[in-house]
Ligand binder design. Sequence first.
Ligand code: AVI
Length: 352
Amino acid sequence: MVDLSPLFVIRPQSRRVAHSPLLRKQYHERLVLHHLDHRDLREEFRQEVEQGLSASPKRIPPKFFYDRRGSELFEKITKTEEYYPTRTEAGILAASAREIVEAAGTELTLIEFGSGSSTKTRLLLDVLTARQEQVEYVPIDISPTIVQEFGPLLLERYGNLEIRGLITDYHHAIEELNAHPRKARLFLFLGSSLGNFSPDEAHHFLSEVGAALEPQDRLLLGVDLIKQPEILDRAYNDSAGVTAAFNLNLLTRINRELRGHFDLSRFRHLAFFNKAHSRIEMHLESLEDQTVRIDEFGRSFSFARKETVHTENSHKYDYATLTDLFGGAGMTLLGRWCDPDEWFALNLLGPA
Ligand code: AVI
């Protein structure tokens, strides 16, 4: 019998996900969310927007893209013709999931940083659930919405799956998981989300995960590789304007949540490859000299024509940089799977 005792202590503020009566009857024991409430997300948004718009150059971190509308728009981006990373990574998984899972070990618990819509995770779950009597899946997300939405679909698909979501940030999730080590774990960090970290943040994150890995644990890390700048530029400037809407939605969010007065028609989406830093940069560029009031702060912010708010970096890697990054974080590369064009790489890492 496989031990399905929780990976971590259920804190008093943990609560079960509410579903329709039918789903509750069927699923409530198999889908549990642990809310590790330690921060006030609204206050964080407030503080970081005020600091970021007061700084020079202006900036707002990309983690704030993902309100409900932002998450929907991101899903749409992944389906545009130009945005290749999602479908390329899914293609690698479709071709090699079995081999990857076999290389990762036996009797695995699956732990995913950033649960997304779990589309790619399903390719791994197909293999794991066919091979193990029971599978435990631990999605980690700062928002419960995606897990609540997609969790029931996963449970319906896999009768031997248990989902124990951790609603918190990566740092606190690692702390929590560290406190309760147990059987072999396969950590997933897919979608090249590592690329949205600065090089220092990437080093810090991988070092934290590296330190948490027991000898039999593994990390499967998806990274987007350097390629022709035109391909990169196109991926972040799709012809249907979905990425532009995603970027501009940040201003809509400020208007709604912080009582801002941004006129979206006076800003434009800007995305380009910065070769020196090997990253796509996304900005919101002011089309004219203007002043925008944000009631929540009781003040206004000035924007010169062509001044930008830097909203995202998406780093693209080469193998040499990855080797240094993994080594510096105390991890060893055990396997790598790529698409035929080597646009994207899935790296299987273990502790050094
Ligand atoms: C989530 N992340 C890996 C995406 C990326 O490609 O950096 C976010 C994104 N931004 C614009 N398009 C997609």
